[in-house]
Write a new protein. Structure first.
Length: 278
């Protein structure tokens, strides 16, 4: 059995890709008015969007180390040569720390990687690691594939409001206040593992155009994969994917709705583009 690849639910992989490539997913936890469920299993995007619009209390939390240990043990007992556990940035969640603590029980058999990104920035890294693992490569090569792919991804997104990011502590109160006061559409990106403002534009249509331009610039001349993310806005996501396809005809493009954990911090109406190596 080849090296096993495990990630968390914030990768928001395209439907079916985890099963096809043998990737194991540990869900983060979401609480709506104190009722807890698993991201993507018990609480999906539609439920989350409705809860946020109704201004219900939504919080998220990481899996505990025991859950990771249980998954590591099951994979190793099933015959895996080892496990690579790849997760969203430690700047955004304690998930990496939970996995790292669990890995201490298994020594060199389990490797844990902080992708320094999230959503399909993480997803592209995970899928690349799974491809390398399927060739029979050892742990060092599988880990290197994940690290290199994650470092090569670019994540851009626009939100309707910075309020959700401010509430969750993912962006500073000052930046959120400025964005709200000026009534701008903030474009953000992931840099050094954190979500930070990149630009401010005045209209939604201008923001979408900038997402296209930023993705084209990030792609350069290299073959790339593109992921379009959204929450409760499939029509705009489809339009964005079409525009990207026209500007980057050689790229592969998938549309993936954000789940409850990332969606809880961005809010309904978020639209994002991730550019990754292919």
């Amino acid at each position: 059995m080849p090296f096993a690849v495990l990630t968390d639910s914030t990768a928001y992989l395209p439907e079916g890709s985890a099963d096809r490539q043998g990737v194991h997913v540990v869900p983060l936890l979401v609480r709506v008015d104190g009722r807890e469920g698993r991201d993507g299993l018990d609480i999906g995007p539609a439920q989350l969007a409705a809860a946020l619009r109704e201004r219900r209390m939504v919080t998220t939390s990481r899996p505990n180390p025991a859950e990771f240990a249980e998954n590591f043990r099951a994979l190793l007992d099933a015959g895996a040569d080892g496990v690579l556990s790849v997760h969203l940035s430690r700047e955004l969640s304690g998930t990496w720390e939970s996995a790292r603590l669990a890995a201490e029980e298994f020594g060199a058999a389990v490797r844990v990687v902080d992708s320094r990104t999230t959503a399909m920035g993480l997803g592209f890294a995970v899928l690349r690691a799974a491809e390398v693992a399927a060739t029979g490569a050892g742990g060092e090569a599988v880990e290197a594939a994940a690290v290199e792919a994650a470092a090569a991804t670019k994540c851009f997104f626009v939100v309707e409001t910075l309020e959700y990011l401010r509430r969750g502590g993912r962006i500073g109160a000052a930046a959120a206040m400025v964005g709200t006061a000026l009534a701008v559409k903030p474009i953000l990106h992931v840099a050094d593992g954190q979500i930070v403002p990149l630009e401010k534009v005045r209209t939604t249509s201008r923001a979408v155009s900038r997402l296209v331009d930023l993705a084209v610039d990030a792609a350069g001349e290299s073959p790339v994969g593109i992921a379009v993310h959204h929450l409760a806005d499939p029509d705009r996501a489809a339009d964005l994917a079409t525009r990207l396809g026209a500007r980057l005809p050689g790229a592969t493009c998938v549309v993936s709705e954000l789940g409850a954990v990332i969606g809880a911090h961005t809010g309904p109406g978020v639209l994002g583009v991730v550019v990754g190596p292919r």
